[in-house]
Structures are given as structure tokens and as C-alpha cells.
Design a protein around this ligand. Structure first.
Ligand code: MLT
Length: 328
């Protein structure tokens, strides 16, 4: 055997083993339960979406898909945990529009908020509602605007930290009215809702996947929904457009991610399982009851979500830079 062959053959063998291992790992994936990290506290809107999706993905994958709540720092702690996980497909992240705003809001992160992930697919886009504690001295959005402009920092506005959807909506609400309220951060809008219902915080802008049932139960005051037209799930709730804040529209998209370096074969398998979950009639009914619905199948793919996400990061960068409010 030539000296050259003696040097090349082991490298070729190692390369072949690597390819086989990769291919076989995709063929046998998943080999154990999968963890989906939700970067907010349990009981909130992201958690609600994630648990519905995780259950159905598990059915398609033949393994349990378990939600782990890692709240804090506006969702960056959970995102960081995912970015540093082994890229073997068994640790995933479900996060929302914060994946587009965090790259600009946070200037000193211990992980790469864009290149640290492999997008698997888009899940849903969720409307937001402006809600208040039951005894807030405003019967409709117009009266709320008057109250907020009069009381300003006397009003406590709950959110889930800088980078959360509730933070983003609160920023847009305050800048639309040219006021600065007192913000009260939580590890998620699940716990924030408890304080709103309890009357210890005044106001919140939160997703219908967390507010619909409270609004129906009358435990909070509902002022507006941030969609162009009223929701079938909350037909009596006016849009911000018709109630006195024209143009105040925002919806919160949610996506599924794996750590950077997860093989394309495993990412593709996860996307197939996500698409199967989004076709489930029970999941669709639950989403619709909460004011949203699964995205079209072609948006729940890695390439489609990468294109959508990268464009959204670029869209929010100048808006956030112009506002000049950063997390660090
Ligand atoms: C949550 O799940 O707690 C919310 O998505 C937090 C937020 O983004 O407002």
C-alpha cells in the first residue's frame, strides 16, 4: 500500500463513518423524548401554543415531546439554553416575534440570536388585546386613552420583560399616545395575568391565546383587539382601529427552532412532524377558539421560515434603533 493511501484511507473511512452516523441518526431520530423550551413562564400564551403543538408532534414522531419553561430576561434565557444545547434534534425552542426584536434590543448576549438556530417552521400568528383590571376607571378605549394621558406613570403596565410581545405592544401603545407608563416585568404573561385579575397591576397588552378565556369570564376589562377586523372568537371586542386608535395593529408570530448545527435531515423530519401537528383538527379548533389558527403548511418549512424571520429581523431593526430603547 502506497504511503499516500496509508494517509488518506483512514480519513476517508472516518468521513464515511461520519456520513453514515449522520444518516443513520436521521433515520433513527428521535431516539428519546424531545424537550421543547418555552422561554416564558408556564400558563402564558407561548406555553399554550407550545403544549398544543408538542402533543401533536409527539404523535407523529413516536416520542414524547415535553415542554420545559425557561423564563426570564424577555425570553433570552430560554433561547440561550436552546442555542447551547446539543444539535441532535432532541432540544428545540418555540419562541415568537421576540426572535426578530431581540437581535437589536440586546447588544450583549452570550449567544448568537440569529445564527445560533436552525429554523424549523412557522406555527401561528396570534392577535393581541388591550386589557385592564376590572375596576380600572375606563369603560372603553377612548376613556382608557384619556386616563392614560392623565395618569401617565401612575398606570402600571405589565409585560414579560424587554423583548417580549407584551413589551413590544406596550412600547407601540405608549408611543402612539406619547406617554411613558410604569412597566412591571414578569417571567411571562401567565403570572402577569394573575396580578391583573387580582387588581394589583392596571393594564397589559397580551395575546388572545392568554386573554380570551379571561375576557369571556369577565375577570378583566377588554378594550380592543389589534387586528384589522374583529375576531370571531371575541365578536363583541372592537378593533383598536374602530375604537379610537387607528392603525394600531400587531400580531405575534410563533416559530419552532433547533440549535445551529442540527442536521438538515433531522430539521426536515421535525418540520414534517410540525406540519402534521398543524393539520390536526383538534389543534386547529383550539387555536381558532383562542383567536388564531395554524399557518399554511408551506410556511411551516425551514426555508420559508428562515426567509420570513430574516426579513422580520431587518424590519424591526430601524424601528427599535429609532426608539432608542435597548435592553442592555
Ligand atoms: C408569554 O408566553 O408569557 C408571552 O409570550 C410573553 C410575552 O411575549 O409577552
Amino acid at each position: 500500500m502506497s504511503r499516500l493511501s496509508r494517509r488518506i484511507l483512514p480519513a476517508l473511512a472516518a468521513l464515511a463513518m461520519g456520513v453514515v452516523a449522520n444518516h443513520s441518526s436521521a433515520q433513527t431520530f428521535p431516539t428519546r423524548p424531545i424537550t421543547v423550551i418555552v422561554p416564558f413562564a408556564a400558563g402564558g400564551p407561548t406555553d399554550t401554543v407550545a403544549r398544543l403543538v408538542a402533543e401533536q408532534m409527539g404523535r407523529d414522531l413516536g416520542q414524547a415531546v415535553v415542554v420545559e419553561n425557561v423564563g426570564g430576561a424577555g425570553g433570552t434565557l430560554g433561547a440561550q439554553r436552546t442555542a447551547s444545547a446539543r444539535p441532535d434534534g432532541h432540544t428545540l425552542l418555540i419562541h415568537h416575534i421576540g426572535m426578530s426584536t431581540i437581535p437589536t434590543l440586546y447588544r450583549r448576549l452570550s449567544y448568537d440570536p440569529v445564527n445560533g438556530f436552525e429554523p424549523v417552521g412557522l406555527i401561528t400568528e396570534v392577535p393581541m388585546t388591550i386589557i385592564g383590571k376590572r375596576n380600572l376607571a375606563a369603560n372603553n378605549l377612548q376613556e382608557l386613552v384619556t386616563l392614560v394621558r392623565r395618569e401617565r406613570q401612575g398606570i402600571n403596565l405589565a409585560n414579560a420583560g424587554v423583548g417580549a410581545a407584551s413589551h413590544l405592544c406596550g412600547l407601540l401603545f405608549q408611543s402612539a399616545l406619547n406617554v411613558q407608563l410604569t412597566t412591571v416585568p414578569y417571567r411571562g404573561t401567565g403570572p402577569a395575568m394573575n396580578d391583573l385579575v387580582g387588581g394589583t397591576v392596571d393594564l397589559m397588552c397580551d395575546q388572545t391565546t392568554n386573554t380570551t378565556e379571561q375576557i369571556r369570564a369577565g375577570t378583566v376589562r377588554a378594550y380592543a383587539v389589534t387586528t384589522p377586523t374583529r375576531l370571531g372568537s371575541l365578536p363583541d371586542l372592537p378593533t383598536a382601529n374602530e375604537a379610537g386608535m387607528p392603525g394600531f395593529e400587531i400580531s405575534i408570530w410563533h416559530g419552532l427552532y433547533a440549535p445551529r448545527g442540527t442536521s438538515p435531515e433531522i430539521v426536515a423530519r421535525l418540520s414534517t412532524a410540525l406540519q402534521a401537528a398543524l393539520r390536526d383538527p383538534g389543534l386547529t379548533r383550539r387555536f381558532q377558539d383562542l383567536g388564531t389558527e395554524p399557518v399554511a403548511q408551506e410556511r411551516a418549512t425551514p426555508d420559508a421560515h428562515r426567509t420570513f424571520w430574516q426579513a422580520d429581523v431587518a424590519r424591526w431593526r430601524p424601528i427599535i434603533q429609532a426608539a432608542g430603547q435597548f435592553a442592555d
